[in-house]
Design a protein around this ligand. Structure first.
Ligand code: SF4
Ligand code: SF4
Length: 390
């Protein structure tokens, strides 16, 4: 509900961390981001899907569109309203901006002695606009991977440090979503600069905006808004609780680490291998997968060389190639590696699951392999094998 309009800045104090913004005033948020030097990246229609790209105005958002998803199925569909965020997640993950699919690390010239030039790190500030709760959690997981250890990744660090995260709470869930099982949604709890909840009912269209950082407050200083009158928290809870009930998939994560560790030779790995094409789609679409390789290229004279880093996958044959051959030559060993890393070994490495339940690997697998179904199959056979007490 929109009440009296007040203008910033009148100090966005700790007690005033939630405000209302009318739909008609949302362009002012874009203006404020541009004024503060940000380029805006967010959801837009492209390639027959809702993808992430640069936004040049509110009109670039997928207004009035939604998506329908199932295993190996994705369809765009018109909504019967003008919702800006009325869709689930698409094939792109935000990692494409923070951990680019292809990136030159250095170049070398051999014409006047050897000169090696390291690639300069990005200085452009980006606002990631429309980050869903599961995606926010995926970014926080990749923070641990790229920034958390002894060896910090400078490419990711430069992009991440200047990134402004504008989250959006999900008002609907798709048939391949299971973020509730992974404790990753549908509400964005922390880690954002701003978080929007879209309200579209009874002729009203507005946003509840939660402010999560000083920078978020600074951006909001130029956006017309009104202060919430006490009902915002309840409204957000009601909407996200309804979304939570719509999850199309569930994953039982109880003792999942030991379940997978204890079932290294389970026959289900042969079953899934007989269906898996080892195409690597699941790892490309996954917001937390981070494997990469490097490739050196030269020009035809041999005087100019470059080293590029590009995404790779545990599903490609060459990824584990060593002197003696491929460490994981079979589809069975590659699928097992991917799933047990995601759901088990990731805890040992990073203290968290590597899965946020976004469902992309189910939607974008060409043969509809479903990680939730694979876990269930192993778990059910274990339960069935347990002796009953008499
Ligand atoms: S494993 Fe699948 S469901 Fe989990 S985060 Fe990756 S793409 Fe999403
Ligand atoms: S599980 Fe599906 S998406 Fe992943 S490699 Fe196998 S066939 Fe491709």
């Amino acid at each position: 509900m929109i009440s009296k309009n007040e203008s910033f800045p009148d100090a966005l104090s700790a007690e005033k961390k939630v405000v209302f913004v009318a739909r008609k005033d949302l362009p002012a948020l874009f203006d404020s981001l541009w004024t503060n030097g940000f380029r805006i990246l967010g959801p837009t229609l492209g390639e027959g899907a809702i993808v992430y790209d640069e936004l040049n105005g509110i009109g670039d958002l997928p207004i009035g569109w939604t998506d329908e998803q199932e295993g190996a199925t994705y369809r765009l569909k018109k909504r019967d309203d003008e919702a800006l965020f009325g869709y689930n997640v698409g094939p792109h993950a935000w990692k494409k901006f923070l951990f680019p699919p292809k990136h030159r690390l250095w170049s070398a010239e051999a014409s006047n002695g050897l000169k090696i030039t390291e690639e300069k790190q990005a200085t452009q500030k980006y606002a990631l606009f429309g980050v869903k709760a599961c995606e926010l959690k995926a970014i926080l997981i990749q923070d641990k991977v790229f920034l958390g250890g002894e060896h910090v990744d400078p490419v990711y660090q430069a992009r991440r440090e200047d990134a402004l995260l504008i989250a959006v709470n999900c008002t609907q869930a798709g048939k391949t979503c299971f973020c509730v099982s992974m404790d990753a949604g549908p509400r964005a709890e922390s880690g954002f600069d701003l978080c929007l909840t879209e309200i579209l009912k009874e002729g009203e269209h507005y946003f509840i905006v939660e402010i999560g950082s000083a920078q978020g407050a600074e951006i909001m200083a130029n956006v017309p808004h009104s202060y919430e009158t006490g009902e915002a928290e309840k409204t957000i809870q009601t909407i996200t609780a309804k979304t939570a009930k719509q999850m199309g998939r569930v994953m039982d994560t109880e003792n999942i680490q030991s379940l997978l560790q204890d079932n290294f030779d389970h026959p289900r790995w042969d079953d899934v291998a007989s269906r898996c094409l080892t195409c690597a789609n699941c790892t490309m679409a996954c917001p937390t997968c981070f494997c990469s390789t490097v490739e050196d290229v030269t020009d035809i004279t041999g005087n100019h060389a470059e080293r590029w880093r590009q995404w790779d996958s545990c599903f490609t044959m060459d990824f584990t190639y060593m002197n003696h051959g491929h460490a994981r030559a079979s589809a069975k060993s590659r699928y097992r590696q991917w799933m047990t890393h995601k759901l088990s070994a990731w805890f040992d490495q990073f203290g968290t699951s590597g899965c946020v339940g976004c469902g992309r690997c189910i939607t974008w697998c060409p043969v509809a392999i479903d990680i939730t179904e694979e876990v269930s199959a192993i778990r059910e056979s274990q339960t069935a094998a347990k002796p009953t007490s008499s």
